[in-house]
Design a protein around this ligand. Structure first.
Ligand code: ZN
Length: 347
């Protein structure tokens, strides 16, 4: 099988560790001067983040240092030690996005090693929005539930589940990057590619010389990343996400180094799978729109197919189902959605 037709796992150790919920080796050389270090996620639904340690002439540069937790820092220390470096050698910490399993350890590394923290300027705004008083205001959430048409007896469980994951303390980068910027890390030249969707300020990093794409959570080999988990007001996360998948086309032959699971080849195939997965939902919502029109999100959500079944949906899962439905309903009305649906007949 060629790389174009299927996802091809490149690390048996990472693959089997993920499947058995074990931690893969403390560090694995994945490209010249590039190591993957698994960093555990405490009590997470997924076991670990893959942090990449780029060894340069002036020290070590980390991409996605993982959760800021004593076990995480210990894993980084052990990984760096087995690759021949120490925590004190860390010069730069780059995060693909603000989620705590990626940016989490950045603040501590800045403090302990004087590392420079880098993430995107847009993500800096997202982080600001997400931690604002408005975003954590219950009364605003009640208005959302009213707008979604959620029956009042269901409000309590949704409000109870309303509470954001503990966000990172370090709200600002030392260096905020934009699309097209180049990070020259003594031996690793990384191009910054804005890939909004999973979060609005998500970036991928491209190493042309080594043929590597650091993909964060934008594209994972088997997991379908959520869309719109941290956006700015008025955004269209699905539109952005599909566009960000298209933007990776020039790197279809590159080795993909994702934030979770395992490294792989076959980006073209994976991009197609991921787009089809989300578009299926948009199509389902668009088909209901003829009948339901402007009906509230609740009426749409209860008619959609859910893996766990609609009746079994409660608390946080109900919230995400409604949020996802709202996003697809809004997106389905756009010209962009109509064009994509028209271009890709039902599979
Ligand atoms: Zn993640």
């Amino acid at each position: 099988m060629g790389g174009v037709s299927a996802v091809e796992p490149l690390s048996p150790a990472q693959l089997s560790a993920w499947d058995d919920a074990q931690t893969p080796p403390v560090a694995e050389l994945v490209a010249p001067q590039v190591w993957a270090i698994p960093v555990p996620i405490p009590a997470g639904t997924i076991p670990h983040t893959l942090c990449y340690a780029l060894f340069g002439g002036d020290g070590v540069h980390l991409i996605d240092p993982g959760w800021g937790h004593p076990d995480g820092i210990r894993a980084l220390e052990a990984g760096l030690a087995s690759a021949g470096a120490a925590l004190a050698d860390v010069r730069t910490v780059i995060a693909t996005h603000f989620h705590p399993d990626h940016l989490g350890a950045a603040a501590e590394l800045r403090e302990r090693c004087g590392a420079r923290v880098v993430f995107s300027r847009v993500e800096q705004q997202v982080l600001h929005t997400e931690t604002s008083a408005e975003a954590t205001d219950i009364s605003a959430y009640r208005e959302t539930l009213r707008g979604w048409g959620v029956p009042e007896p269901r409000w309590d469980e949704l409000i109870a589940s309303f509470g954001r994951p503990s966000l990172v303390a370090s709200g600002s980068p030392d260096l905020a990057v934009d699309d097209g910027d180049v990070l020259d890390l003594s031996g690793h030249r990384l191009h910054v590619l804005a890939t909004p969707g999973h979060t609005e300020g998500h970036i991928c990093l491209i190493d042309e010389e080594r043929g590597l794409l650091y993909s964060g959570d934008h594209v994972l080999p088997r997991i379908y990343s959520g869309v719109g988990i941290g956006v700015l007001p008025g955004s269209d996360a699905l539109h952005d996400y599909f566009h960000s998948l298209d933007r990776l086309a020039p790197y279809d032959e590159f080795v993909v180094l994702p934030g979770h699971e395992f490294r792989f080849r076959g980006l073209a195939a994976r991009r197609a799978q991921v787009a089809a997965h989300h578009l299926r939902r948009t199509r389902e919502v668009a088909a209901l729109a003829d009948e339901l029109g402007d009906a509230p999100v609740w009426d749409y959500a209860r008619r959609l197919t859910w893996t766990a079944g609609w009746s079994g949906m409660s608390g946080f899962w109900l919230h995400s189902a409604l949020r996802q439905t709202a996003m697809h309903r809004d997106y389905a009305r756009t010209a962009s959605a109509r064009a994509r649906l028209g271009a890709a007949p039902p599979a």
